[in-house]
Design a protein around this ligand. Structure first.
Ligand code: BGC
Length: 383
């Protein structure tokens, strides 16, 4: 695949095809160089937000210091034509005003915590509640709304960014000062690798992830219901009406949740299954068959038959939240000026399970002083 991909890109460059992103950025050939920084905007208090451009192995991405947001990610189709496959906005103001976590880093805790409450070592904690009566993606001011310190690097054949954020003790109600480092790497094969690290000075809970909305036909091009998805999971975690796991690990067999063989996302999305109704589509955590692994292992493949683009995901995490963009409601205008409607993008968030701090049978999300939280997810692209 590696050779294939390089040949396609080299071919496009040789033929003088100026690969043009939907946003209008034109560039001719894949390159690699030190990540380049430009000013993207300023927050209300004057804080500068920068945009970082990275390119390697035929993948091009733009990352904001605000929220560690992947603002665009461009990859070629089977004919070498580039497009941005990640939903986002044109301006900082739109990200700040109201973003459904487009492209953002999520912390301290990905997905929901029941009523924003949990007890750790006998102490009860109340978190910031921002999703009805529950906490979603860290609370009202999660890591997606923080300005990260960004340090670019080139290392061997890799290029990337180290992103740093320190969350103070008590922020959003979580105990402990959490020092977080996330590394985005573009490899020579054009893979996007994400390494998450965190340490704490008091026992706490952590569950970091990334919230890119994928549309492999190009953001703003319409629905992802034709995309074919494979998830290597025989079970998932059913939820209640508030999307909090019931604690059960239910079998996917003979339900709309069976993606063990490639299946179009839209095939069963209109099945009147109670769980599909609760999620208004898919919005669930799949229990990955491989479990927690020392190294990232393959867990999911997404393929757009029209462009031939594929995304393969490997992780060492035990869970995958597949969210089929159900709450996109036609009120947001994306990067290329097109309106996003329900199902115009989907998220594949590698993670520990939602509400683990309240679910003794789920793998633990507790981090203690002296230990380092470490997880890795690798996104590989092809066509
Ligand atoms: C959650 C959805 C939520 C979305 C936010 C997903 O990770 O599972 O329920 O609405 O994030 O846009």
């Amino acid at each position: 695949m590696e050779l294939n991909r390089r040949t396609v890109i080299a071919g496009a460059a040789a033929a003088g095809v100026a690969a043009t992103a939907l946003g209008g950025t034109a560039y001719a050939a894949p390159g690699r160089g030190r990540p380049a920084r430009t000013l993207f905007g300023r927050l209300a208090d004057g804080t500068k937000v920068h945009s970082w451009a990275l390119e390697n192995g035929g993948t091009r991405m733009e990352v904001l210091s605000y929220g560690g947001i992947v603002r665009s990610l461009e990859i070629p189709d089977r004919r070498g034509r580039y497009t941005n496959v990640s939903l986002g906005f044109g301006t900082l103001e739109e990200y700040v005003a109201s973003s459904p976590y487009f492209g953002a880093l999520i912390g301290r805790y990905g997905n929901r915590i029941d009523k924003g409450r949990f007890t750790l070592d006998g102490t009860a904690y109340q978190l910031s509640v921002n999703d009805g009566e529950n906490t979603l993606h860290g609370g009202a001011q999660g890591f997606d709304k923080r300005v990260w310190d960004v340090e670019p690097f080139t290392r061997g054949s890799d290029v990337g960014l180290h992103l740093y954020y320190t969350s103070v003790d008590g922020e959003m109600g979580y105990p402990g000062t959490l020092r977080t480092k996330v590394t985005y790497t573009l490899t020579r094969d054009g893979d996007w690798r994400v390494d998450y690290e965190a340490t704490t000075d008091r026992a706490t809970v952590v569950n970091l992830t990334s919230h890119v909305y994928w549309n492999l036909a190009g953001e703003g091009s319409g629905s992802i219901h034709d995309h074919e998805l494979t998830v290597d999971a025989s079970r998932y975690t059913p939820v209640d009406a508030g999307l909090i796991p019931t604690g059960e690990l239910a079998r996917v067999a003979a339900t709309p949740f069976d993606f063990r063989r490639a299946k179009p996302v839209g095939r069963d999305i209109r099945t009147a299954h109670q769980q599909v109704l609760y999620g208004q589509g898919f919005d669930h955590n799949w229990v990955l068959d491989k479990g927690i692994t020392a190294r990232p292992e393959h867990v999911a493949t997404l393929r757009d038959p029209s462009s031939g683009r594929t995304l393969r995901i490997a992780t060492n995490e035990p869970g995958l939240q597949f969210y089929s963009g159900n709450f996109l409601d036609g009120t947001l205008v994306g990067t290329s000026g097109r309106v996003y409607r329900q199902g115009d993008g989907l998220c594949l968030e590698t993670q520990h399970f939602p509400d683990s701090p309240n679910q003794p049978s789920f793998p633990s999300t507790v981090l203690r002083p002296g230990r380092t939280y470490r997880t890795t997810t690798v996104h590989s692209f092809g066509a």
